[in-house]
Design a protein around this ligand. Structure first.
Ligand SMILES: [Zn+2]
Length: 256
């Protein structure tokens, strides 16, 4: 099983991208969610999230899209200050770009309105586990609960479990996590091939440079909500993509 061996090796070697301890943008509202609808009728989702689908010809673990096109996917770890997240979405929309937000379940519990905000902007929404633990190191039952916990939140808020699953604290899923994701309803695992390193808060110029130095057709770029440097870097990144003849599209548009 070459792929399994490669996945396990990669999972062990590449854990820098999504460190939960470096998430200064995370904001816990003391009064709890403002619009959870608790005690009222369940709000009807305006726009349903596209459910996960198997894309024929694609590997189970997706790292990039077609290299002969002009599209890239900007994919975001979904957690942090909702004002910052909204500012980032607005910048994307101003430039006609679409992004993919992989939301963490406990963030959706605190900020349930963000799910609809993301979908209403024409962006894509997916599952980035319930608590962003080191999912590849967890026993199977706990790892599965991390996946299904977030899936249940997404389903309640949007009418689907989200378009994609991305494992937490790792670039690639182990064969076990891949299998658990499939069991939970996600035929693919969304990895990435370009790490912006924005979670380390290196400053907007560094994030911009890291992305634009390496981006090309088909790139799937890992980025994070909740970081001011990322919000500031987005307009020049989108401008740089445009000058290279590239477009930021949803992950689904990239791979289908
Ligand atoms: Zn993450």
């Amino acid at each position: 099983m070459l792929r399994a061996a490669a996945s396990a090796a990669a999972a062990g070697a590449l854990v820098a991208g999504c460190d939960p301890h470096r998430d200064p943008g995370a904001v816990r509202s003391p009064g709890g969610p403002k619009s959870s609808g608790a005690g009222h009728a369940t709000p009807v989702p305006v726009r349903a999230a596209r459910p996960p689908t198997r894309v024929p010809g694609l590997p189970v673990q997706i790292e990039h899209g077609p290299r002969n096109g002009r599209a890239v996917a900007l994919t975001f770890h979904g957690r942090g200050d909702p004002k910052m997240a909204t500012a980032l979405l607005r910048e994307a929309e101003r430039a006609g770009a679409k992004v993919t937000v992989l939301a963490i379940g406990d963030w959706l519990d605190e900020q349930p309105a963000m799910a609809r905000r993301i979908l209403d902007g024409g962006h894509e929404l997916g599952n980035h586990t319930m608590h962003h633990r080191d999912i590849c190191a967890l026993p199977a039952a706990e790892a599965y609960a991390e996946i299904t916990g977030c899936a249940a939140r997404l389903n309640k808020l949007t009418g689907s479990i989200g378009s994609w699953f991305r494992p937490s604290q790792t670039r690639r899923a182990t064969p076990l996590v891949t299998e658990l994701a499939r069991k939970a309803g996600y035929p693919h695992v969304l990895s990435y091939d370009l790490d912006s390193l924005d979670a380390n808060d290196p400053g907007a110029a560094a994030v911009q440079r890291t992305v634009l130095d390496s981006v090309g057709p088909g790139s799937v770029v890992s980025l994070h909500l909740g970081h001011a440097g990322t919000v500031a870097a987005l307009p020049p990144i989108l401008d740089g993509l445009r000058r290279r003849g590239l477009r930021a599209v949803t992950t689904t548009e990239l791979v289908t």
